[in-house]
Design a protein around this ligand. Structure first.
Ligand SMILES: NC(=O)c1ccc[n+]([C@@H]2O[C@H](COP(=O)([O-])OP(=O)(O)OC[C@H]3O[C@@H](n4cnc5c(N)ncnc54)[C@H](O)[C@@H]3O)[C@@H](O)[C@H]2O)c1
Length: 366
């Protein structure tokens, strides 16, 4: 397969992923599908692709892979339709909104040899890759705790030009958990076994926005780790830093930046010395590790930054293209993508029961 022909669904976020496709090479965008006919036609004319406003003819066209970048409630159905049409799927997050859709996705993936990958780009931040490589080398010792917050004031995306609520404003998307949780599971290679969720009630800024204002999730993993995440895209605050990650191990600790001039930091016992109450060690800049641990990432071409979130979309598309070409497995295959997604769905059950712990299924056993 020389050039992988991509079809892209959903032309807002889809534009970022198209830019990444162009930067990666070995890939061209040949078809665009959006319910908004004018938008599809204009974007298609700009890149010499074909525009579609219906799914069936789009999937029947000359494409090898589909980027699903429509609103979250459509991901499962469109992903399943694409897999059933024999197309490889790169699906935006989250993978699905309900357990029924999760089961249907698993069945569809088992019916085909096509590749599925969840497009959790936060796993592709240089910093997350750096921390993962250090963790894989055992530099943190046994990692037993992680924090992964996604706190991003997205309220401007809740309203259509006429003031009505969009799908985000209506809360049609379950718990948008993967930006915070995905990187923790990527670093540790673990999955969540049990989730406990608390919520702050909705309606604080607009009575029509009834979804919870924020979720606070505490999780226990199959590997016995404790994870905590705050998922909040409503609370008003500066946009300076929208994710926060922390890791604690028996021989090391890491915290990403919070903003306001601080920097990501870590302490590794084997490099920075033991820490004790009387002779405490000091945090060190995480950036000091980059040249040695992620030289490949630092050498990314300038075009790699076209996707909008650093070079995350570029590295993610490279992995997807390599998986489609059979050069390596999909790093966030459907089971892993569901590991990132399902705790958010079970969290709704836990929150409704006042924070009762709820077991999280392993989709590999379905
Ligand atoms: N990973 C990230 O950093 C990131 C960033 C932004 C958005 N996203 C994800 O991308 C997806 C799209 O988000 P957005 O902000 O672009 O949403 P949006 O509502 O701004 O735009 C959605 C686009 O899809 C079209 N559309 C709506 N329903 C459709 C359907 N059933 N079939 C085809 N097209 C349809 C709309 O006309 C619009 O052009 C969401 O899943 C979101 O979670 C991810």
């Amino acid at each position: 397969m020389d050039q992988i022909r991509f079809g892209v669904i959903g032309l807002r976020r889809g534009h970022s992923l198209m830019a990444a496709c162009r930067a990666v090479g070995n890939a061209q965008v040949t078809a665009l599908y959006d319910l908004d006919a004018a938008q599809a036609a204009q974007a298609a004319a700009e890149i010499g692709a074909r525009a579609y406003t219906e799914l069936e003819p789009f999937l029947a066209g000359p494409i090898d892979a589909v980027v699903v970048a429509s609103p979250v409630p459509f991901h499962a159905a469109q992903g399943i339709a694409a897999l059933d049409a024999g197309k490889h799927v790169l699906s935006e997050v989250t993978a699905c909104c309900t357990l029924d859709d999760a089961h249907a996705l698993v069945q569809a993936a088992r019916r085909t040899s096509a590749v599925y990958m969840l497009a959790e780009n936060c796993c592709y931040y240089d910093e997350i890759e750096l921390v993962k490589r250090l963790a894989d080398q055992g530099r943190f010792g046994e990692v037993y705790y992680g924090e992964g917050d996604y706190v991003h004031d997205c309220r401007s995306l809740f309203y259509a030009p006429d003031g009505s609520l969009t799908w985000r404003g209506r809360g049609d998307l379950s718990v948008y958990l993967t930006h915070g949780l995905g990187p923790l599971l990527y670093i540790t290679g673990d999955r969540v076994a049990e989730v406990t969720a608390l919520t702050v009630p909705g309606g604080k800024f607009d009575l029509r926005v009834t979804q919870p204002t924020m979720y606070l999730l505490q999780m226990v993993t199959a590997g016995g780790r404790c994870l905590r995440t705050r998922m909040d895209y409503i609370s008003p605050r500066p946009h300076e830093s929208t994710t926060f990650f922390a890791l604690q191990g028996t021989a090391g600790s890491y915290e990403s930046l919070r903003g306001f001039g601080d920097q990501a930091k870590l302490w590794l016992e084997d490099e920075h010395g033991a820490s004790s109450f009387r002779t405490p060690a000091r945090w060190q800049p995480l950036a000091d590790q980059a040249a040695q641990v992620i030289p490949d990432r630092l050498a990314a071409p300038a075009a790699a930054h076209a996707g909008g979130h650093g070079a995350t979309e570029y590295w993610m598309l490279r992995d997807f293209v390599a998986a489609v070409r059979g050069e390596k497995p999909s790093p966030i295959d459907l089971y892993t993508g569901l590991d990132y997604t399902l705790p958010g769905i079970y969290a709704l059950e836990s929150a409704a029961a006042g924070g009762r712990p709820v077991r999280v299924a392993d989709p590999r056993t379905w």
